[in-house]
Design a protein around this ligand. Structure first.
Ligand code: MN
Length: 727
């Protein structure tokens, strides 16, 4: 079993300033908490955090990361609370351990297959410190190395997850060596028979391969030194998993694969030597056309740099050669971890800048790092700053933009789910619909087939999909309402001209269809919607329908009928509790205008709004004058029934003599009328008179009159007026 002092020594070697005491304390804490626990191998559990810490020390990470490795399982697997970690080890380590616990929770959610890409992004989006991912990868590496102790079922699941999630993350972070080991281990457990067979076949060819590699590396070294290109040469047999992938991809047998071996030329840190080496290689071996790749001039996304070429060997077999500098080699092997040594700030400013540049592109940074010496910033990871990832209750990952709400989530699942969304649960708790979804949230959308999207949603939803759907629904809704309003207006006008609306608006009136198309509408319904929107005047449509002569004649008859006092249409409206519906002859959507808030019994007037039905104003409303400009949009309205069941708030102002007791007198008079008071306040006007404003709750205009009269009866009250506006 590895000893903590070996790990301390490794960390000290790479980071002479490191706090060794922290490592020892983390070790003792972990040992105490894991005491009595065993691994599947039968060993003491403590072996695992020690091995993980050792892997991290080998990556040359700092003592904080290594200590996190020692502590990574205590919150997950023992009764230790995060608060305890904070108490003993401070915020930084707590933050890292917390990040690891969150990643562990993702693994616990059941997942659909085929969404590995999203899960990978989710893992990366959930952490803001790259060390969390590195500890997780070290943890996974040790678990994979000891996977054979687990039952077959579990082994497969973990190996699959490693292949789908963690090996690609290692690749994304440029950690070639770790990725290779993870892949080979996962391959071994996912396809044990094929693995064994392939390993055996390769073993059989080993002497032959080794002989070839020894000869060819010696030859390359010789040619390099003849040409004066400084370089060391490595030979290697390709990895099992990459060979297996190649066999599968090309559908060939191992015997048909020649380039099982490859050579690597590593030059000191000057790029010109790489191109020099390539020249030497091509001068001495025949290159395979189309196989030359320059990843130095255009590095891969994960910062990998190398020259690749394939050449024909002395016996006619092709083999691959990679050429890179020592620095490129280290980055290819260690990726993001290769940058760690710079953290100590030993290098010159120039190197720092390069590293920062490299890291920045590695993590796709969007914002500039202002102070290049602030190296802690380079640990910050925000790979997907614009996205969040959340789960459905079934474990499907949904990718959303930051700031997305449950409604956006609903529309991502299905437009019907969005359209009928009534509420949401996040992580099991009911939340408001405007709640922002966080990474890793499990989001459940509550639906009701009888509900509809709301215009208000447009104030907080963020995805264009949701916006489009809601806008579409609102537009449809407005159009349907406008069509209804247009139909009513047109019917009313038609009846005035003694025409049958039924006949005109029936299915087969060719004349109406013609008129619609003359106005530029495909259907009669569109024509009606245009009337409802106020774009067309029904009278003009009727004129077109009848032709000038007949129109003139009928119009005069109509005028005389009106003069004789016959009301063409009576509109009966009814105010419900909070909505108002028209019933009887018409059933237009009606709403009480907020500006004047008319009371039952008051003189009122209706105004056709664009897409929101008929707004009912009091004739005393100061807006009515303005509305009268569009006379054709004014409709007659009347109060229905006896009075409202609902009381409405009305604000009154009493002008009084300036003496005490006025408020008490007035509120007393109102209470005597069994009328509710919401608010009362007094002030003194410049003319020394008292102003008392009371908000009363009244059912209709008669009720209001009684209240006003009784206030007027209070001694000292000079006048009472009703104030405009809703309360
Ligand atoms: Mn672990």
């Amino acid at each position: 079993m590895i000893r903590i002092e070996d790990i301390v020594a490794k960390v000290q070697k790479n980071h002479p300033q490191a706090d060794s005491d922290l490592l020892r304390r983390a070790y003792l804490f972990s040992a105490r908490e894991h005491k009595g626990q065993k691994r599947a191998s039968g060993e003491s559990y403590l072996v695992h955090p020690l091995e993980v810490a050792n892997i991290l020390a080998d990556m040359r990470l700092d003592e904080v990361a290594v200590a996190t490795g020692l502590l990574h399982d205590v919150v997950e697997d023992t009764l230790v609370e995060l608060g305890t970690i904070r108490e003993y080890f401070g915020d930084e380590i707590t933050h890292l351990v917390d990040g690891l616990t969150k990643i562990a929770q993702i693994s616990n959610v059941s997942r659909e297959e085929q969404q590995a890409e999203n899960v990978r992004k989710m893992v990366l989006a959930m952490v803001d410190d790259v060390r969390v991912v590195l500890v997780k990868l070290a943890d996974r590496l040790h678990n994979m190395r000891t996977l054979h102790y687990l039952p077959a079922e579990k082994r497969k699941r973990i190996a699959q997850e490693t292949m789908d999630i963690f090996a690609p993350i290692a690749h994304r972070l440029g950690m070639g060596k770790l990725r290779s080991e993870l892949e080979d281990l996962a391959f071994q457990h996912l396809h044990p028979d094929e693995y064994r067979e392939l390993a055996a076949q390769l073993e059989k060819r080993r002497p032959e391969n080794e002989k070839f590699l020894t000869a060819v590396t010696a030859q390359i070294e010789e040619k390099m030194s003849e040409a004066g290109v400084p370089a060391r040469v490595e030979g290697r047999v390709k990895r099992l998993y990459s060979i297996w992938k190649k066999l599968r991809r090309q559908k060939v047998e191992l015997d048909q694969v020649y380039d099982l071996v490859a050579a690597r030329v590593i030059t000191p840190n000057e790029i010109r030597h790489c191109y020099g080496a390539l020249g030497v290689i091509h001068h001495n071996w025949k290159p395979v056309p189309g196989r030359i790749k320059d990843w130095i001039a255009t590095p891969r996304d994960n910062l990998y740099q190398s020259l690749h070429t394939s050449v024909i060997g002395s016996k006619g077999q092709p083999f691959e050669i990679q050429i890179r500098t020592e620095e490129m080699h280290r980055i290819a092997e260690e990726g993001v971890a290769a940058h760690w040594k710079y953290k100590e700030g030993k290098r010159g400013a120039h190197d720092d800048d390069n590293t920062l540049q490299a890291l920045r592109s590695l993590v796709e940074w969007t914002q500039d790092v202002k102070d290049s010496r602030d190296f802690l910033d380079t640990l910050k990871l925000d790979l997907y700053p614009k996205d969040v990832y959340a789960f459905t209750p079934m474990g499907k990952v949904i990718q959303l933009p930051r700031g997305a709400t449950p409604i956006d989530f609903g529309y991502m699942i299905h437009s019907e789910v969005g359209n009928t969304c009534t509420g949401a649960r996040i992580n099991g708790r009911i939340v408001p619909l405007r709640t922002e979804i966080q990474n890793g949230d499990v989001v459940e959308i509550l639906t009701n087939p009888n509900t509809h999207p709301s215009r208000d949603w447009l104030n907080f939803i963020v995805t264009s999909r949701a916006r489009n759907r809601v806008r579409h629904w609102v537009a449809e809704q407005q159009r349907a309402e406008s069509m209804e309003i247009g139909r009513k207006l047109f019917e009313k006008e038609a009846s005035r001209f003694q025409l049958s609306p039924k006949k005109l608006l029936g299915n087969n009136d060719a004349n109406m269809k013609r008129i619609a198309s003359e106005y530029g509408y495909g259907r009669v319904d569109d024509l009606l919607a245009a009337i409802g929107y106020g774009k067309l005047i029904p009278r003009n449509v009727i004129a077109k329908y009848l032709g000038p002569e007949q129109f003139e004649q009928l119009d005069q008859q109509k005028e005389s009928r009106l003069r004789s006092g016959v009301r063409a249409v009576k509109r009966l409206i009814h105010f419900g509790d909070d909505s108002i519906v028209v019933r009887g002859v018409d059933d237009l959507m009606v709403a009480r205008a907020r500006c004047c808030n008319p009371l039952h019994g008051e003189e009122i007037i209706g105004y056709i709004t664009r897409g929101k039905g008929v707004a009912v104003h009091s004739t005393r409303c100061k807006n009515v004058q303005q509305l009268m400009i569009n006379r054709e949009r004014i409709v007659d309205v009347e109060w229905a029934g006896r009075g409202d069941q609902t009381a409405y708030a009305v604000k009154l102002r009493a002008v009084t003599e300036n003496r005490t007791g006025m408020i008490a007198g007035i509120t007393g008079a109102i209470s005597d009328m069994k009328t509710g008071i919401r608010d009362a306040r007094a002030s003194v006007a410049p003319d020394e008179r008292g102003h008392i404003e009371v908000t009363v709750e009244v059912f209709d205009v008669k009720h209001l009159d009684k209240v006003i009269n009784s206030i007027k009866g209070v001694p000292g009250v000079l006048d009472v007026e009703r104030l405009q506006g809703a309360v």
